[in-house]
Design a protein around this ligand. Structure first.
Ligand code: CP
Ligand code: NVA
Length: 303
């Protein structure tokens, strides 16, 4: 099997993204192909997780494989042992690595030295499996991609980066409202702009949340303080104070707009208390679709 790493949404082509999303939406009930029969996948995590760990473990199991989870304190990536050494050792034991790291560079290094596929389970730069599973949820709810408006309110972080790429690939207009210092960076915008040009969609960077939310089909947010940024919590609460998804902001969106959040949520910060309950069916579909998307992705990578 040839090695293929999925560190970014951009490691897939727009056609592959559309096909995977379609397959994922149709694959919710088994039987599933036993693509991982006799294969072992290491889950190497530097940060905590509920959804990503559980959905990957289940996906591996459903494809007939065996998942081995290694918790944040166990391996000491780059501390107890160098990243290249860990990559070489894992390549002798298992057939794939799903890894959540602080630095995206750590993932790139793992992928460089491992002879087996490496999948990004969240880094400080991207969270591709989240964004691609979210496309599955959007497709189920809206029945199309082209011409939809997605308003991202808040931090131009890992989730926003992957969502930007995913939306630009499939033709969803991406309007993001963030405080200037937390806006999307040029590097990711350059990649996304190329996809947006081809899919004939728009990317807009705004500072005013109401402008982004106007006529939105999807209103999306993520935590203001991501894992590893805990010391910045107070400063971020001040910067993002006006970037909460609440009833007032949602009044600018289309009447049938959906609210999305990757979870975990900080109720009362980025989302008004009660919003998650009101939009629970979509938000928990997002969590469930992580499983269906990742199982589909693994089945394709190992077929
Ligand atoms: N959305 C998400 O990745 O959740 P976890 O951090 O719980 O895996
Ligand atoms: N931006 C968040 C996403 C969690 C799924 C974080 O990195 O903590």
């Amino acid at each position: 099997m040839s090695k293929r790493d999925i560190l970014s949404v951009a490691d897939l082509t727009p056609d592959e993204v559309v096909q995977l999303v379609d397959k994922a939406a149709k694959s919710k009930k088994g039987p599933w192909p036993q693509a991982l029969a006799g294969k072992n996948i290491a889950l190497l995590f530097e940060k905590p997780s509920l959804r990503t760990r559980l959905s990957f473990e289940l996906a591996v199991h459903q494809l007939g494989g065996y998942a081995i989870y290694m918790s944040p304190d166990e391996v000491g990536l780059g501390k107890r042992e160098s990243v290249p050494d860990v990559a070489h050792v894992l390549s002798r034991y298992v057939q794939g690595i799903v890894s959540r790291t602080f630095l995206h560079h750590t993932l790139e290094k793992l992928a460089e030295y491992a002879s087996i596929p490496v999948i990004n389970a969240l880094s400080d730069y991207e969270h591709p499996c989240q964004a691609l599973a979210d496309l599955t949820t959007i497709y189920e709810r809206k029945g199309k991609f082209k011409g939809l408006n997605l308003a991202f309110i808040g931090d131009g972080n890992n989730v926003a980066n992957s969502l930007l790429l995913a939306c630009s690939m499939v033709g969803i207009n991406f309007l993001i409202a963030s405080p200037q210092e937390y806006s999307l960076k040029d590097k990711i915008l350059m990649v996304a702009n190329k996809y947006a040009e081809k899919s004939d969609s728009h990317i807009m960077l705004l500072e005013e949340p109401a402008m982004a939310a106007k006529d939105a089909d999807i209103v999306y947010t993520d935590v203001w303080t991501s894992m590893g940024q805990e010391e910045e919590y107070e400063q971020r609460c001040i910067a993002f104070h006006d970037y909460q998804i609440n009833e007032k902001l949602l009044s600018y969106a289309k009447k049938d707009a959906i609210v999305m959040h990757p979870l975990p949520a900080h109720h009362g910060d980025e989302v008004e208390v009660g919003i998650i309950d009101k939009y629970r069916s979509v938000i928990f579909d997002q969590a469930e679709n992580r499983l269906h998307f990742q199982r589909t992705l693994l089945a394709e990578l190992y077929k």
